[in-house]
Design a protein around this ligand. Structure first.
Ligand SMILES: [Zn+2]
Length: 206
């Protein structure tokens, strides 16, 4: 069974204020008498479910085409948390032990990808350090960022990249029960970019 963790990419999909919404420019259409349909996609690389590259926050950080891919495929634990809007998640908020080296956090504080809210919960550096010590190589969250909306120092991004941990944001985890799955969420090989949208899925191992 496959759980699809990516929201629909459309002009309605919310993006960070000031960032570029998704647009489809149709260049040719079979319905208009052309022998093919052809369109151009325009939008931020932080569109919906996406992977941040270290270069998103670090001048000397790896760009998305340079990140090792191992973190984006493999055993992955889903944990839904009982946290409030605007809350910084700490290790004490985890409902149980970490049992896989990829972790997806469900906060329920960014419920509608088409209706952007700024008061989502997010990680703190303490949580990232805790996960790294538990051997976690990828952290994912069902909000637009592993840091709070108004954060300028972006401590969780820096902590994660400092540990060599991959960051997956903008997940849709509603309806996905807690448990261990196989994650597949590969970034596009975009030369020099700071992120990539991904179709993130969880598979139950047969
Ligand atoms: Zn980010």
């Amino acid at each position: 069974m496959i759980h699809d963790l990516s929201p629909l990419v459309s002009p309605h999909l919310g993006v960070w204020p000031g960032d570029t919404v998704a647009e489809r420019e149709v260049l040719a259409e079979v319905a208009e008498g052309n022998n093919y349909t052809l369109s151009t996609l325009r939008g931020t690389v932080h569109l919906g479910t996406h992977i941040d590259a270290p270069s998103h926050v670090l001048a000397e950080g790896a760009a998305i085409h340079e990140v090792p891919l191992d973190a984006y495929i493999g055993p992955c634990q889903v944990l839904h948390l009982d946290v409030g809007h605007g809350q910084v998640i700490t290790p004490d908020d985890l409902p149980g032990p970490i049992v896989a080296d990829r972790v997806l956090l469900g906060t329920g504080t960014f419920p509608d990808p088409n209706d952007w809210n700024t008061d989502f919960a997010s990680c703190g550096a303490e949580l990232i350090d805790f996960l790294a010590a538990a051997g976690v190589v990828l952290v994912g969250i069902d909000t637009p960022s592993v840091d709070l909306f108004h954060s300028k120092p972006l401590p969780s991004h820096h902590a994660a990249f400092g540990h060599g941990m991959a960051v997956l944001e903008g997940l849709v985890l509603s309806g996905v029960p807690d448990g261990v799955y196989e994650l597949v969420a590969l970034p596009l090989k975009l030369d020099g970019f700071d992120a990539s949208p991904v179709r993130a899925i969880l598979r139950t191992t047969p």
